[in-house]
Each structure stands twice: as C-alpha cells, then as structure tokens.
Design a protein around this ligand. Structure first.
Ligand code: S3P
Length: 218
C-alpha cells in the first residue's frame, strides 16, 4: 500500500480566517472548511496536503487511503482484481462517504487520486458540496520524473504508471478536466511549503506556523 498517512510533525498551528476577503477566489464559499487537492500523478497532492493541513491545523486525508481501508486491499490490488472500473466505483463510494463526514466546525485537507476529479460524477459531487478544489499543476516531464523517483525511492506502486508515452497521453487527456478546479497552483520546481502557503493565502486562510522543514515537491 502507498505510504501516505501521517501529519507533519512539530506543528502547533491554529487557523485564523481572514475576514476581509482579500485573495479569495470568486466562486468559492467564503471560509471553506475543506480543500481538495486535485491533479495528475506526481503533482504533490499528498505532500502539499500534509503541509497545508499542518499549517492550518486541519485534518489531512488521502482518498486512496480511505479506499484501501474500505476495501481492505491496496490500490494496486483493486486494479489487478477488479480492473480500473472496479477502482473507480470504490473511489466514488469513498468520496461520497468522505463528503458526508465533513463538518462545518473542523477543517479538512483532502488529496484525491490523480483520476478522481476527472470522473464527471466525482466533480459534480464536489461542486455540489461547495468545497474548494485546487489543481496542482506541473509540466508533464517533471511529473514523470517525480513518479519514477518515487517508485524507486519510496516503492510507491502506481498501476497507471506505464510508459512515458502513455503517461503523457493520459495527462493531455485529463488536463482540461483538472482546470475545472476552483483555482490552479503551480508546483513546478517549488517547495512543498511554498505551495501550501500559496493555497492558504488564496483562500484567505492565515495561520500561526511553528513547523518542521518540508522538502521539494516530489
Ligand atoms: C490514479 C492515481 C493514483 C491512484 C490510482 C489511480 C490515476 O493516485 O488513485 O492509482 O488514475 O491517476 P496518485 O495521483 O496519488 O498517484
């Protein structure tokens, strides 16, 4: 299974929501209590999500972890045994479940798997829930490099990581779908912390930060 869970250590942060509305994107509910990170494989959704949750003292969750827990098998095993269609069904059910759990009184940052947001029924669910969605973007070659590095260094198994050519094709097919997110933030050659800080700023969420160093987005 992918090693995803866990909160950034050393964080003692408290969220303050700016009341002046500065930097708030037009189409997002004021003071969102949930931020969903979307984007292709290798975009940094998990590492940035953890850093952002740490900054805001919100809970972090990776949807793939929820899927694995509900199914009691890894994402790779779901793909292997039930195919991509089976995985998408499990992903949609897990997202519905997660959205029902969101509360108005506590914040959550969620990293979605790379294909989740481009499934129309998932995008509609998120839109209907009025949550903030952020497209983490980077050039496809950089995403490929990050994924290759993660598969050798961290043993992260991605069923849809095949050839570079297929990777590029899938990215091109999905990019338009990702841009339906409320806002887009570039992660190209930027640190995890810088990206997390930009997202907090875009949504007018300020925080007291006492935290450990985060590395480059990878
Ligand atoms: C997928 C991306 C993966 C995981 C599954 C399918 C995709 O998540 O959900 O392997 O369709 O792009 P990451 O984006 O976290 O690798």
């Amino acid at each position: 299974m992918k090693k995803r869970s866990g909160k950034a250590a050393g964080v003692t942060a408290r969220t303050r929501v700016r009341r002046d509305g500065v930097g708030k994107p037009k189409s997002v509910a004021a003071q969102p209590n949930a931020i969903f990170l979307v984007g292709f494989m290798g975009a940094g959704k998990t590492s940035v999500g953890r850093a952002l949750a740490g900054r805001l003292n919100w809970r972090f969750e990776d949807l793939d972890d929820r899927i694995e827990n509900r199914e009691n098998r890894s994402v790779a095993a779901i793909f292997r045994d039930s195919g991509e269609a089976g995985f998408r069904r499990a992903e949609h059910a897990a997202l519905e479940h997660l959205l029902r759990e969101l509360s108005a009184t506590s914040g959550r940052v969620v990293a979605l798997g790379g294909g989740a947001f481009v499934q129309k029924q998932n995008a509609s669910l998120l839109q209907g829930a009025g949550v903030a969605t952020v497209f983490l973007d980077a050039p496809v070659d950089e995403l490929w490099q990050r994924c290759c590095k993660q598969s050798t260094a961290a043993g992260i198994e991605r069923p849809l990581l095949r050839s570079q050519q297929q990777f590029r094709k899938l990215y091109n097919a999905r990019r338009k779908g990702y841009s339906k997110a409320v806002t887009r933030v570039s992660t190209s050659e930027r640190s995890v912390d810088a990206v997390a800080a930009e997202i907090a700023q875009v949504f007018g969420l300020t925080e007291i930060v006492t935290r450990t160093e985060e590395g480059e987005v990878e």
